[in-house]
Design a binder for this molecule. Sequence first.
Ligand code: FO1
Length: 339
Amino acid sequence: MPSSTPPLSRITVLSGGVGGARFVQGLLHGLRSGAVPGGSADTEVTVIANTADDWWIHGLKVCPDLDTLMYTLGDGIDVERGWGRRDETWSAKTELEAYGVEPTWFGLGDRDIATHLVRTQMLEAGFTLSQVTEALCRRWQPGVRLLPMSDDRVETHIAIADPDSPSGRSVVHFQEYWVRLRAAVPAETVLVVGQEAATPAPGVLDAIADADLVVLPPSNPVVSVGTILGVPGIRDAVHATTAPVVGLSPIVGDSHVHGMAAQMLTSIGVEVSAGAVGAHYGPRSAGGVLDGWLVDTRDADQVPGLEAVGLRARAVPLMMSDPAATAVMAAAAAELVAS
Ligand code: FO1
């Protein structure tokens, strides 16, 4: 490790669900194995999670990205699905269907329901989402400090063309767009309800200001990282932090690796390419939030264009096939902005 490598005592990651969770898992693997220059097993990792996917369903508050991070890092996740619990059963879901209770297209597993019952009871008792998350993590021990982006209610809704509606459009909750519609229809507009009135959760702004490194993992740049940055005060904090800020492209080639980043980028008029997402986040020298941007080796031709707009850029393999491969990505991200 070159002696010039600054120590990484505190790393802060702004994360969505599946992609972000896989990245953080690899980052922790890299820190523990000494693969991340300047980092170690003692490095404190704070994850600021997107909560705009959250949804009240069957009277329960479901927080998909918080739970995917908590279950993945706490080793309770169903790896195939990328959400919900391993060894899950679906008796409650089957009974709800027998009662004809909608939506039947969104399934809560029996084990997962316990998490939502605890969370809903605590919220109704007056605890904040931050306090609930801290309590749930006492069981799961994710190995990071897991913070919701805000304790206020923020929910992403999607406007879609709807020939059956008099206005020709209808608005659906993000979960309906993603789960029932499978993001198969164009998203005309992304509406993040409650975002303007939201405030960063306790500890969020300090975690950004006090970090030695801030990372934007390969989560959805619009409805995951974008919704976190959109909480008033957070984008400014990332722009202003003394820590270097580095991101990893969720787009490889001409599409996303997982999820629906392509549809979301198109809906906000951003080209679906690794370079365009880096430019969308923008270099801090031009008012953006990034110092460095990693693209996949297949997009190496986009590195010069990124450097031309003021970003440090490098092409490395970005397939998070396992924690060891992801650890190499995390190390490359730290190295890119270390000097
Ligand atoms: N995704 C699905 O495709 N089908 C489901 O029935 C479903 C249920 C579900 C329940 C709890 C939870 O935390 C996540 C769930 N998800 C489901 C995934 C969820 O839509 C995504 O994890 C995020 O919202 C998008 O990143």
